[in-house]
Design a protein around this ligand. Structure first.
Ligand code: DPP
Ligand code: ZN
Length: 859
């Protein structure tokens, strides 16, 4: 497969101002007639031939200006059509089989309904078209089909006509007045019902809102609808963005490769990010739904009204939209907790990407398969980069920058450079050097050293951006660091400062410190870097107990534990060192468990121990077995030391009745966290406590939390409750997904055996991405099982990739990165992981998706 380079971008020689699509719908055969108005693009090199992308299509007929022609040729899947004049009308007929489309790209059947997924390059599986985001067209869509089979017919924009056809057939015609690229096209036809509502925009327009689902799911759509209305209001207030159609439809689909898709006026969602009620969805599910609904809605401006010139600019819409949804969720759920959670995701998913074989800048320079670049780097690091601009400018100037960006580029296909320029002009920032964040991959390492002399404290900052594939040498980048220096006695500081580390090194002197101060750095995680500092343990205990920046406080706790566990799992600790490390962690955790000033949501964050992937990331060479053993043994020790406090928290939290308010949610969070710590110390007693929590649960958060703990404990209660859970929810695929995941993630010593058995379960299928991820992503994220020294875990994931690749390449390729971490593993495991990658690479007929990921991982 060819390498596609950013520098090779050329404008398309033709404009396609209008397209009319006519669908004759059928599950096994859908006939598509596409009529394109094309005209020469004066801003591009002239061409006598138009290349219309296709993937697996054969034209049944091609007509130019009303006359059938046959002078076209095929180049790979693309149709090459000679066009002699300045402007033409091109009409092409194709036929596709949606029921056979297991890739879930293009038009496919899910549960008897028809739906589409076109981003990034799915439209070319429906019809021949310049399937690239810089070709913007006005779409008119007519669809016709059986009324019994497809009572609801939806597409982008507004419904402009409908009527009855012959027999049981009916039709609808949709028109979208906003020019858009093909990746934003959508069509849905099926037996659906809607929860309907409306929203009055800031200029007083009434927008009709619908959330379309299967009839039995209607009772679980209330939260999605509320989230949508909140998002619409928030985007008006915070970014001045008003919705621009009279109708906004969301459809929930059970078979979906991604979370959701922002098609203009017709968002298509994975059911996982729509359906919720307290009985079947956890607090985490509720938050995720709110965040994804907001994300897709916000794309209407950051993505749709202003779209991307080419896929190298993906972070232009995704990084910015992730930042927008994060800021929204911070406003809805509380800033501190949301920030800590977002950073945890960044560190556990993006940092490993940035330090491994798949590292790429947020604006990549090349790719073979764009689906592989829907990554945590493009999305989450992309959001961090724009967040840094906001931190440097301040919220008001940042808003001026985004206003200018939307104004300047409305209706255009823009670049990351356009965004940066608008920020410079609108927010008044100089981003000349800051642009390096777009071109350099790798997580910068920043070392911070405080020295003290007389009454002056001197802070020395140094940065180093590590080499990444294709980028051996790096330039220093501008890094905005929020920091504060605490006086040890008064535990106060003289105010937070924003320091720009804009070269390789910077030294700053602070006067008025009779004693060495305690440094609080990268407050609020102001820059996506890893801070390396060697500070006395008591400084971390100090900050963990009283830093006024909630993020920095949680960070101190994390550093304390990370430092201890990395040393323990690395060079090893003698008894004295182990004792001292543990005592400091115990002291900090005791303060957290009992601090009356903390609310439970924050207490919960502070109780979460660093994950094993992140710990491995801190080590040059990681032994996952030792990391796991050390982390579990620390948990057991803490549970034995703080058992009374943990049981008190569990009892107190258990008496709080269910509601969705902050306190009740916080109570549920600390309840299960306490339980999982206690389980490490006293498995038997905790099994009883967990069984009680399970039996008493009147909501999914408590029930799932209890079952998660039980799933790791070899006990009779485990088996009973797993059977009970399955029986209760067997009709609900999203809850059965949880049932698969809980077992695949568990601490149970036989987790691998359990996954093997679940693979044979009658409810398992490789055709449904949610189910595949429920079992196997959960498993790949379960360190003790995935990294079993025998290599069985690696083999299972490789077997899955090989089996899934022909069915759903996009999903299969997502399982490659866990194996790609081999370089950072101890030699035994590294060899086993590599061997599995080589076995995959040797398979005949690998998809472009998997082939690219495997080749880069071996690279
Ligand atoms: N564009 C979608 C999203 O991130 C994913 N394909 O919203
Ligand atoms: Zn997005």
């Amino acid at each position: 497969p060819p390498l596609i380079r950013r520098e090779d971008y050329r404008p398309f020689p033709w404009l396609v101002p209008e397209i009319a699509l006519d669908f004759d719908l059928g599950l096994e055969a859908t006939r598509v007639t596409a009529t394109l108005t094309v005209a020469r693009n004066a801003r591009a090199d002239a061409s006598q031939i138009i290349r219309l992308n296709g993937d697996g299509l054969q034209p049944l007929s091609v007509a130019v200006d009303g006359e059938l022609v046959n002078d076209w040729t095929m180049d790979g899947g693309d149709l090459m059509l000679p066009l002699p004049g300045e402007a033409h009308e091109v009409a092409i007929v194709t036929e596709i089989d949606p029921s056979a489309n297991s890739q879930l790209m293009g038009l496919y059947a899910s549960n008897g309904m028809l739906c589409t997924q076109c981003e990034a390059e799915g439209f070319r599986r429906i019809t021949f078209f310049p399937d690239r985001p810089d070709v913007l067209s006005i779409y008119r869509v007519r669809m016709e089909g059986s009324k019994a089979q497809f009572p609801v017919l939806l597409s982008n924009g507004n419904k402009v006509a409908e009527g009855e056809g012959e027999g049981d057939r009916h039709w609808a015609e949709w028109h979208d007045p906003w020019p858009k690229p093909s990746y934003l096209f959508a069509l849905v036809a099926g037996d659906l019902v809607a929860r309907s509502d409306s929203f009055a925009t800031m200029s007083g327009r009434e927008v009709a809102l619908n959330v379309w689902v299967r009839a039995e799911d209607l009772p679980r759509t209330g939260h999605a609808m509320e989230s949508l209305k909140k998002s619409m209001k928030w985007d008006e207030e915070t970014f001045g963005r008003e919705y621009d159609l009279d109708l906004f439809n969301i459809v929930a689909v059970g078979d979906f490769n991604m979370g959701a898709m922002e098609n203009k006026g017709l968002n298509v969602f994975n059911t996982k990010y729509v359906l919720a009620d307290p009985e079947t969805a956890t607090d985490g599910d509720f938050d995720a739904i709110e965040g994804v609904i907001a994300h897709e809605y916000f794309h209407n401006w950051s993505g749709n009204r202003v779209t991307c010139r080419d896929w190298f600019q993906l972070s232009l819409k995704e990084g910015f939209t992730v930042l927008r949804d994060q800021l929204f969720s911070q406003d809805m759920q509380g800033e501190a907790v949301k920030r800590i959670e977002d950073v945890r995701v960044l560190r556990s998913v993006q940092f490993p990407e940035d330090s491994g074989p798949l590292a790429h800048p947020i604006r990549p320079d090349s790719f073979r398969e764009i689906s592989n670049f829907y990554t945590a780097t493009i999305y989450n690091k992309g959001a961090e980069v724009i967040r840094m601009m906001r931190t440097m400018a301040g919220p008001q100037a940042f808003r001026q920058g985004t206003d200018l960006y939307f104004d300047r580029h409305d209706g255009e296909a823009a670049t990351c450079e356009d965004f940066v320029k608008a920020m410079e002009d609108g927010a008044g920032l100089d981003l000349a050097k800051f642009r390096l964040w777009y071109s350099q991959a790798g997580t910068p390492k920043v070392s911070a050293v405080v020295s003290h002399d007389g009454d002056v404290a001197t802070l020395t900052l140094r940065q180093q951006v590590p080499p990444t594939p294709g980028q051996p040498a790096k330039h220093p980048m501008p890094i905005p660091l929020k920091l504060a220096l605490f006086d040890r006695e008064s535990a106060t500081h003289g105010g937070e400062r924003l320091v720009m580390l804009d070269g390789a090194e910077k030294t700053i002197a602070f006067e008025g410190f009779a004693q060495p101060p305690v440094l609080s750095i990268n407050r609020g995680f102001s820059a996506p870097v890893s801070i390396e500092r060697h500070v006395p343990r008591e400084d971390l205990v100090f900050l963990a107990a009283r830093d006024d920046d909630a993020f920095a406080r949680s960070e101190a706790m994390q550093e304390l534990v990370v430092g201890h566990l990395v040393a323990a799992a690395g060079e090893g600790l003698d008894e004295g060192e182990r004792g001292e490390g543990r005592a400091a962690i115990r002291e900090a955790l005791a303060a957290i468990l009992t601090d009356p000033a903390l609310d439970d949501l924050m207490r919960g964050e502070l109780m979460v121990l660093p994950g094993e992937t992140y710990l491995a990331e801190q080590m040059l060479v990681a032994d996952p077995g030792r990391i796991h053993a050390e982390r579990e043994s620390l948990k057991a020790w803490l549970a034995s030391e703080l058992g009374r406090e943990l049981r008190d928290i569990h009892a107190r939290a258990s008496s709080v009745p269910y509601s969705l308010d902050r306190d009740a949610r916080g109570a549920r969070k600390v309840k299960t966290l306490a339980l999982s710590l206690l389980a490490a110390g006293d498995p038997e007693q905790t099994a009883d406590l967990a069984a009680d929590q399970y039996d008493a649960a009147d909501n999914m958060t408590d029930r799932q939390g209890a079952l998660m703990v039980l799933a790791g404990l070899p006990s009779a209660a485990r088996t009973d409750r797993l059977i009970d859970f399955y029986r209760r929810y067997r009709e609900n695929p999203l809850v059965i997904d949880k049932w698969f995941s809980l077992q695949a993630m568990s601490l149970h010593p036989d987790a691998i055996e359990h996954v093997r058995a679940l693979r044979q379960h009658e409810d398992f299928t490789l055709r449904n991405p949610n189910r595949v991820r429920a079992l196997y992503m959960a498993f790949a994220g379960n360190p003790h099982a995935f990294h079993a020294a025998s290599g069985e875990g690696y083999r299972m994931i490789a077997d899955l990739i090989l089996e899934l690749d022909p069915i759903n390449a996009q999903t299969a390729a997502r399982f490659v990165p866990p194996l790609g971490r081999w370089r950072r593993m101890e030699p035994g495991r590294a060899a086993l992981m590599r061997a599995e990658l080589e076995r995959i690479a040797a398979a005949p007929q690998l998809s472009r998706d998997t082939h690219e990921q495997v080749t880069r991982s071996l690279g």
